[in-house]
Write a protein that binds this ligand. Structure first.
Ligand code: ADP
Ligand code: MG
Length: 233
């Protein structure tokens, strides 16, 4: 049996205390294998972002264990955790989070700057990533010169440029119209297939979840259900 990419064992995240205690996640178990494309669904406040932030090492659980390729993430120090984030994880957000007044190519290069990749290799890899998301020719456009869908594709290129094992996308279609949402989901599905990247996508919309091979539904800090999607994944 191969080691799962991501495993959560009895993970809880609590905020506040006493009467104000919020159990954002309550003893959840989760397993995600290499190459899966997984949708995370559930009502607002059900714990989806909290779970993704823990998986993305942006936040730590109150209790429970997180294993990444069998490695206990809770036992890593700050520097090791930062390296895990930088080398294995890519992030895509609802609001794109691109730097304003900065060209598409420079936005995409940013993760490579943090990795101290040289300027020339940076440029090559960023061009390749922009090409992959269908934005060749838009390298020098700034975010405000691009549509929402194009901006999200720049953000996806930025997540991909460092060849991560996992892309974590928190409502990546939340600010897009239906046609652009379908484009972004189709792109994520294609990347997961062609490049064997594991993708975790939070979405409210059943139509978008159908691009994924598995759908996990959260309710009140619990994993309420898991099912294989009706479409071939
Ligand atoms: P979702 O992404 O499913 O909408 P979240 O994971 O953001 O849900 O939130 C789950 C619960 O935890 C909610 O009740 C939310 O109010 C609470 N919560 C999230 N982050 C914080 C925080 N930093 N401080 C206090 N409560 C929080
Ligand atoms: Mg959320």
């Amino acid at each position: 049996m191969t080691t799962p990419l991501i495993q959560l064992h009895g993970v809880s995240k609590y905020y506040g205390s006493g009467d104000a205690l919020v159990k954002a996640l309550d003893q959840i178990d989760l397993r995600i294998d290499e190459g899966e494309l997984v949708a995370v669904m559930g009502q607002s406040g059900s714990g989806k972002s909290t779970c993704m932030n823990i998986v993305g090492c942006l936040d730590k659980p109150t209790s429970g264990q997180y294993l990444f390729r069998g490695v206990d993430v809770g036992a890593l120090d700050l520097k090791q955790t930062a390296l895990l984030r930088r080398y294995y994880l890519g992030f895509v957000f609802q609001g794109f989070n691109l730097l304003a007044r900065t060209s598409a190519i420079e936005n995409v290069e940013l993760p490579l700057v943090y990795r101290r990749v040289g300027a020339r290799e940076r440029r090559e890899k960023a061009m390749e990533a922009l090409n992959l998301v269908g934005l060749s020719g838009r390298e020098n456009h700034q975010p405000n010169q691009l549509s929402g869908g194009q901006q999200q594709r720049v953000a996806i290129a930025r997540a991909l440029v460092s060849s991560p094992s996992v892309v974590l996308a928190d409502e990546p279609t939340g600010n897009l119209d239906s046609a652009r949402s379908h484009e972004v989901m189709a792109l994520l599905a294609k990347l997961s297939q062609d490049r064997k990247i594991t993708v975790l996508v939070i979405t409210h919309e059943p139509e978008m979840a159908e691009y994924c091979s598995r759908i996990i539904e959260f309710r009140d800090g619990h994993v309420m259900s898991e099912r294989r999607s009706s479409l071939p994944g």
